[in-house]
Design a binder for this molecule. Structure first.
Ligand code: 2P0
Length: 334
């Protein structure tokens, strides 16, 4: 018998950044984090998984290229899924997986987040796994646990050593703040030099900023941004988002040896946003940068036209995309 499932999962854009692990194997973070999940039709991964008793091995193809499925992360995900399976139990079923991103892989656009969220969701459907699956997505890639839900989602770092309480929790559904938009300015779609996994390990070991960030700064920001989201208070939301992005890149710069994800264009965008906000007398849009030079701009719907005009004027001909995050659709779709 052949069973097949196809799903899509969107990327998420962190406003409070995850950077550093306390447990590399279980992927347990040093701090909680929070993100907005994009709309289903935007930047996303589409994954099909087929299970058959006739397959002789598990296999995976990413963007059409066969990859090694015997990595620790894939194997951990498969083991956890099969340990909770309620379907395909009678005989040994191997699985073939095909996954495609509609955006550049590993260019700091959270491809591992949508990739593992989608993989875990599709496998959970195929093997009949119910209940929270964010902890399974987490052991694939930390930030992936947040893409399991739509709207604004926090990843609670948890306290247990087995990771049982290190899960994603929806802070507000996608319908809560439908005016919120995200503009993505693709500055560079090349694969990054320092992977997030390596980078955060080095930062945790060497950046003098990490201790205070994890102990006091992030816990306070998590409380404040959650309240701002509940109140749909964009001034506070935008201020915290930009500060946490700045701090994250400062952590990278104070890592030994230093890691630089931003380039001159990224810094130009940061200055432009600050000048635009200052000129307007309020925060009209807020930038955030992940482990790469591409800018993600959070902004309310009413400012989109003006902000797009501004960015187009300064970057004529650039790859500028707007994403509407608010939606009454569920996040992951079959
Ligand atoms: C985030 N990033 O919160 C932060 C901001 C990058 C900068 O989560 O080792 O690819 O697979 O757990 O999830 C990137 O880290 O790392 C990331 P692993 P992951 O979105």
């Amino acid at each position: 018998m052949l069973s097949s499932i196809t799903c899509t999962a969107p990327v998420n854009i962190a406003t409070i950044k995850y950077w550093g692990k306390r447990d590399e194997k279980l992927i347990l973070p040093l701090n909680s984090s929070l993100s907005g999940t994009l709309h289903q039709d935007d930047l996303k991964t589409t994954t099909t998984a087929v299970a058959s008793e006739n397959f002789t091995e598990d296999a995976i193809w990413l963007n059409g290229k066969k990859e090694d499925i015997n990595t620790t992360r894939y194997q951990n995900v498969l083991r956890m899924i099969r340990s909770r399976a309620t379907k395909l139990m009678d005989k040994k079923h191997f699985v073939h997986i095909c996954s495609i991103n509609n955006f550049p892989t590993a260019a700091g656009l959270a491809s591992s987040a949508s990739g593992y969220a989608c993989l875990v969701y599709v496998l959970a459907q195929l093997y009949g796994v119910s209940g929270d699956i964010s902890a399974i997505a987490r052991i694939g890639s930390g930030s992936a646990c947040r893409s399991v839900y739509g709207g604004f989602v926090k990843w609670e770092m948890g306290a247990e050593s087995d990771g049982s309480d290190s899960i994603a929790v929806q802070v507000a559904p996608e319908t809560h703040w439908p005016e919120m938009n995200i503009i993505v300015l693709v500055v560079n779609d090349k694969k990054k030099e320092t992977s997030s996994t390596d980078g955060m390990q080095r930062s945790a070991a060497t950046s003098p900023m990490m201790k205070e960030r994890c102990a006091t700064i992030v816990p306070q920001r998590m409380r404040d941004i959650e309240a701002a989201i509940q109140a749909r208070d964009f001034q506070t939301f935008g201020d915290i988002t930009m500060k946490d992005s700045d701090d994250f890149h400062e952590v990278c710069a104070t890592t030994d040896p230093a890691i630089y994800y931003l380039n001159d264009t990224s810094r130009y965008i940061m200055n432009l946003v600050h000048k635009y906000n200052k000129m307007s007398g309020k925060i009209k849009c807020a930038y955030t940068f992940d482990a790469g030079p591409n800018a993600c701009i959070y902004l309310p719907e009413e400012n989109v036209v003006e902000a797009l005009a501004l960015f187009t004027k300064h970057f004529p001909g650039s790859d500028l995309s707007t994403y509407y995050r608010g939606s009454d659709k569920s996040n992951i779709e079959k």
